[in-house]
Design a protein around this ligand. Structure first.
Ligand code: IVH
Length: 683
């Protein structure tokens, strides 16, 4: 796998140090949420590592560079869990919790107060992480408890998952760590908002979003979702003795695994119920969705004595919190216009308190949903705070209908600008296509300035609204024409705040092509698609007048995005706007650019590594790769598309199998070029 013997000692040490440092910073950032270096410093170290790895063909198995870029799979392999992954029995009242405690004591024949641990129940996807000799070997889903799916390459992209266990103390030879992969609530909301503007189906809750993100055949899709992990259990373990749940949790956190927030030990069932109440009371403040608390007998020996009944352990129970629901009346249904012109209906309620929060409106998603649920203005509806934050209309209380309820028809005109709306064949979304729609323009400016775009701090929704209403920004390029004097005197702006905003605007001029492409808000182009474009096109100008066909040649780029990008860059007005923005002093670099711009070549965008002796000199084979638009590399990583295997292959062959890189013979390689020549679409 490595050529460690051949590289200078100094370089080997530097690589090892960089891997250690970067993994530590990853842990500080993603697990502790307390970074000690800036993102820019991290990126610098990461690039240094990647360059050295490539140059010296030395990649440690726990290198952070192995987290990204594995090629898509055709299907998931099945994994049989060494020990079944059990589910939990539920308790819906404190009485049922007390009964659980009585049962435990009865089974043990003891009257003494039991020691339990109490943890929040994470609403996500149960995962098993298998480590061998300290290295992440496999990640699998729970499946039916006995057989799950191999999702290693996806779970690797989750930064909170350690790739290597380095202590404390002796590292177990083999350990199966169990936990829940979940998505934070605001990330879930953000994802759904993005999907909504793209007209994609929404995830019903963060659990579905997490599960959908892990069960992706393309690891790059998983990598684009921000997922987290909480580890709360073990399966098989060898080479390490742990005595209790509390000891496990503290071992896990010392070994840099994220563990459940606020795990507590409680002796006696009254103390347990107090902790459960504490968790329930603070659950609205959690960043993640929790629908209950898990109570476990602390001592592992006692757990073993109690055993399992069919599929649930007798030593644990999940107390389910009350659903956050309430009933209220719909006063009005309105439509709101997003950046891409999609009109989303929402209900305005008579304000109602649900789970400590006042709810006065909720999205109704789209008109199909309104029709399906038969929601009318004046209806009394059951509202649930799904994901504990976003209110959701569960359904109509039909018995409360008076006959005076009214339908809310699909609008024919945009509620913001009055232009005619369109509804494309087969699409649920209703869209305003006016270029002058003020709602869209404002949303576009907000998007332009947002974190993933030009990242202009201080130019959020409120200030965009203000500057737009004062006529200071009519289009996003006007941001770069703002002067300090324009701002001073406006509400919320004094000398210092005006200076800060102008400073942020000036700083934002130095950006990357990927961020800029995302910022300008091309329909369907999210951060991921923008990055793909940047990888494949050297500069913005290379995209001018591009054809949809050329874009579809990019691996992973769908036709919908391609035609939208082509439409954008073939519109002269758009190009004039871009030129105008560039003249205002933008400095766009493209560190993502990876390949030559000629998409027509058969191996365009593909990376090849060679191992063993080929029928032709290696140099010649490399030239063939290059001539056909491919990229020959000496460093095998998850990003490699093909390993060409000659006679007497080296350790790269094994590594390719571990990483899931496709292997082909030299003959197959030549056939590949032949097959792809003349094919406009590469995948
Ligand atoms: S312990 C045998 N602890 O809940 C014990 N599970 O309904 C197995 N879950 O499959 C799990 N948070 O996916 C445990 N703190 C926690 C949990 C937790 C969420 C999930 C897990 C399990 C399901 C059972």
């Amino acid at each position: 796998m490595t050529a460690a013997g051949k590289i200078p000692e100094k370089i080997r040490k530097e690589i090892e140090q960089l891997v250690r440092d970067l993994n530590y910073h990853c842990y500080r950032y993603y697990v502790l949420d307390a970074p000690v270096i800036s993102d820019a410093e991290y990126d610098r170290e990461y690039r240094r590592l990647r360059d050295l790895e490539e140059k010296y063909d030395y990649v440690l198995p726990e290198s952070p560079t192995l987290r990204v870029g594995a090629p898509p799979l055709e299907k998931f392999e099945k994994v049989t869990h060494t020990e079944a992954m059990l589910s939990l029995d539920n308790a819906f009242s404190y009485d049922e919790v007390r009964e659980f405690d009585k049962r435990v004591k009865r089974l043990l024949g003891s009257d003494a107060d039991m020691e339990y641990t109490v943890e929040p129940k994470y609403d996500g996807l149960a995962i098993e992480l298998t480590y061998r000799d300290g290295l992440l070997y496999r990640a699998s889903t729970r499946g039916d408890g006995y057989v799950g799916e191999d999702v290693t390459r996806n779970v690797r992209t989750i930064r909170a998952v350690p790739l290597k266990i380095e202590g404390p103390g002796r590292v177990p030879l083999e350990i199966d760590i169990r936990g829940e992969v979940y998505m934070d609530l605001d990330e879930f909301e953000k994802l759904n908002r993005q999907r909504e503007t793209k007209g994609e189906p929404l995830f019903a809750n963060p659990r579905n979003a997490a599960a959908g993100s892990v069960r992706q055949l393309d690891p790059a899709a998983t990598a684009s979702r921000k997922l987290f992990l909480a580890c709360y259990g073990i399966g098989t373990i060898s080479g390490l003795k742990l005595k209790s749940q509390a000891e496990l949790i503290s071992w896990l956190s010392e070994a840099r695994f994220p563990t459940p927030a606020r795990m507590k030990i409680a002796k006696g069932i009254d103390a347990v119920i107090d902790v459960v109440k504490e968790i329930e009371e603070s659950r609205d403040g959690f960043t993640f969705e929790t629908d209950g608390a898990v109570i476990k007998v602390n001592d592992f020996t006692v757990q073993q004595k109690l055993g399992v009944k069919t599929r649930e352990p007798r030593w644990a129970i999940a107390y389910k919190f009350q659903a956050h629901q309430g009933t209220t009346k719909i006063r009005e249904i309105r439509g709101s216009v997003g950046r891409t012109g999609v009109i989303t209906p929402y209900a305005v309620f008579e304000p109602v308190r649900i789970g400590g929060v006042t709810v006065s409106r909720s999205t109704l998603h789209n008109w199909d949903e309104i029709e399906r649920k038969d929601i009318r203005v004046g209806d009394t509806v059951v509202v649930e705070r799904a994901g504990d934050v976003i209110p959701h209309v569960i359904g109509v209380v039909r018995e409360k209908r008076t006959g005076r309820e009214t339908f809310f028809p699909v609008p024919e005109k945009c509620p913001a600008c009055g232009s005619r709306v369109i509804r494309e064949e087969g699409e649920v979304a209703v869209r305003c296509v006016s270029l002058h729609c003020p709602a869209q323009v404002q949303e576009k400016i907000i998007h332009f300035a947002s974190r993933g775009g030009m990242d202009i701090e201080g130019l959020g929704e409120k200030n965009v609204e203000l500057l737009y209403s004062r006529g200071l920004i009519k289009h996003f390029e006007d941001i770069y024409r703002l002067k300090k004097e324009d701002l001073i005197g406006l509400p919320r702006f004094a000398e210092k705040s005006a200076r800060n905003l102008i400073g942020a605007v000036v700083r934002s001029k130095h950006t990357t092509l990927a961020k800029f492409l995302f910022a300008i808000g091309i329909l369907h182009v999210g951060e991921y698609a923008a990055k793909l474009l940047a990888k494949n096109f050297r500069s913005l100008q290379d995209l001018y007048h591009i054809s949809a066909e050329k874009i579809t040649n990019i691996k992973q780029m769908g036709e919908k995005i391609a035609s939208s990008v082509a439409a954008f860059f073939n519109d002269d007005k758009n190009l004039q706007t871009l030129e105008a923005v560039m003249k205002l002093g933008l400095d766009i670099k493209n560190p993502d650019f990876a390949h030559g711009p000629d998409e027509a070549l058969p191996l365009q965008g593909l990376t090849f590594v060679i191992t063993g002796t080929l029928p032709k000199p290696r140099k010649e084979a490399e030239e063939t790769i290059e001539k056909n638009g491919g990229h020959p590399s000496s460093a095998l990583s998850a990003k490699t598309d093909f390993l060409i295997v000659g006679e007497e292959p080296g350790s790269k062959l094994q590594k390719a199998r571990t990483l899931g890189v496709r292997t082909i013979s030299y003959q197959e390689f030549l056939k590949l070029i032949e097959e792809r020549s003349g094919h406009p679409r590469l995948f």
